[in-house]
Each structure stands twice: as structure tokens, then as C-alpha cells.
Design a protein. Structure first.
Length: 185
């Protein structure tokens, strides 16, 4: 059985979405790109993970780990020399977990044109230095967009749980088949 969930002592009961908002800007260098001069997907995922974690840290004020990164849409390629800006905020807090949304834009440094290139949802889980789950403050959505994202985050959590249960069942079935195979070998 896992340890009971505790709460960092200094945390308030509720935090606003605005207090979690975070931002990061990177210049895309040759090391970040593929042979066509486009930003590597894995590099962008790394930036998304870091920017998402900033919002989660601001909400939880304790250690956080990435539990899931889902629903990434790579809408347009990012080119060598572009400036990439990522913005994140917590969409909803549950018990120890938080859903964070990250949106990414690329800016052409010569023309100044800015395009939306990617969006992603991540789940972070709050833990203490011993890896024990920590309760996070509730999240207060204030604007119409924040209220919509807050409602949608619950639907995505249900979808994630259903998909997680389906994959677990599949793993158990595969393990059982492998076990039969080993017995016959
Ligand atoms: C994330 C982790 C702490 C969850 O621990 P656990 O013992 O499985 O915890 P539980 O099943 O009790 O779930 C705890 C919370 O995490 C959430 N969670 C766990 N796995 C999840 C997943 N795959 N996706 C989304 N949420 C998840 C649960 O919904 C729960 O949220 P709640 O407290 O808000 O209701 C654990 O799986 C872990 O340490 N994973 C590795 C994290 C890591 O190293 N990340 C970097 C990747 S390289």
C-alpha cells in the first residue's frame, strides 16, 4: 500500500491559474535541428517538458515528476535560427497530480512573423524528497478560457484513466501468453 498523501506545510489551499503561468524562449541552433534544418521533435518535447514543469513547480512548490505527456500536435516545422517561445499554465489540479497545458510559437527573426507551431498536455505529480506523493493546492480558474480548460482537463483525465486501464489489461494478457510460451519451450 502506498504512503498516505501529505501536504507541503507552506502551501495555500487555492492558487490561481495566473500564478502558475510560465514562459521560456530558445534560439534554434544547428545542434537542435535535423538535416533539413528543422527543429527535432525530441528537442521540442524536451523544451515542452521543462516549460510544463515550471508551471507545475509554481503550483505545487515541491518536487514534481512528469507522469504523462500526451496529445502533442506538431502543427508546423520550426526552422534553424527561429526563436521559439513556450508558455505554460496549470489547467487543473487533482490530489497529487496537475494537468499542464503548453503552447509553442516560432518567430522568424528576419520578418518578425510569429506562428503557433505546437501544443501539448502533460501530467505532473508532486512528491517530496523521499518520493512520497504530496497533496497540491486546488486551482482556481478565473477567466472564461481558464474555466473551459479546467472543465476539459477532467474529461482528458477520464480518457487517460480509461486508456491506462486498457493498456494494463493488454500488458497482462501479453505477459500471460509469454508465460505459456515459456512453459512450452
Ligand atoms: C508518477 C508516479 C509518481 C505515480 O506514482 P504511483 O505510485 O503510480 O501513484 P498513484 O497510482 O497513486 O497515482 C498518483 C497520482 O498520479 C497520477 N498518475 C499516475 N500515473 C499517471 C499517468 N500515467 N498519467 C497521468 N496521471 C498519472 C494519478 O492519477 C494520481 O493522481 P491524483 O493523486 O491527483 O489522483 C510514478 O509512477 C513515477 O514515479 N513515475 C516515474 C516518473 C518519472 O520518472 N518521470 C520522468 C520520466 S523519464
Amino acid at each position: 500500500m502506498s504512503d498516505p498523501i501529505s501536504e507541503p506545510v507552506s502551501n495555500p489551499i487555492v492558487r490561481t491559474v495566473a500564478s502558475t503561468q510560465s514562459e521560456k524562449t530558445e534560439i534554434i541552433l544547428p545542434n537542435d535541428t535535423n538535416m533539413l534544418g528543422n527543429l527535432l521533435g525530441g528537442r521540442l518535447m524536451h523544451f515542452i517538458d521543462l516549460t510544463g514543469a515550471m508551471a507545475a513547480y509554481r503550483h505545487a512548490r515541491t518536487y514534481v515528476v512528469t507522469a504523462a505527456m500526451d496529445h502533442i500536435d506538431f502543427i508546423r516545422p520550426v526552422r534553424l535560427g527561429d526563436l521559439v517561445t513556450l508558455k505554460s499554465s496549470v489547467n487543473r489540479a487533482f490530489t497529487s497530480s496537475m494537468e499542464v497545458g503548453v503552447k509553442v510559437w516560432a518567430e522568424n527573426t528576419r520578418t518578425g512573423g510569429v506562428v503557433h507551431v505546437a501544443s501539448a498536455y502533460l501530467v505532473f505529480v508532486a512528491i517530496d524528497e523521499h518520493g512520497r506523493l504530496q497533496k497540491v493546492p486546488e486551482l482556481l480558474p478565473e477567466t472564461p478560457d481558464e474555466i473551459r480548460r479546467y472543465a476539459d482537463a477532467l474529461l482528458r483525465r477520464k480518457h487517460r484513466e480509461a486508456e491506462g486501464a486498457r493498456r494494463k489489461k493488454e500488458r497482462l494478457a501479453t505477459a500471460a501468453l509469454d508465460g505459456e510460451g515459456a512453459g512450452n519451450g
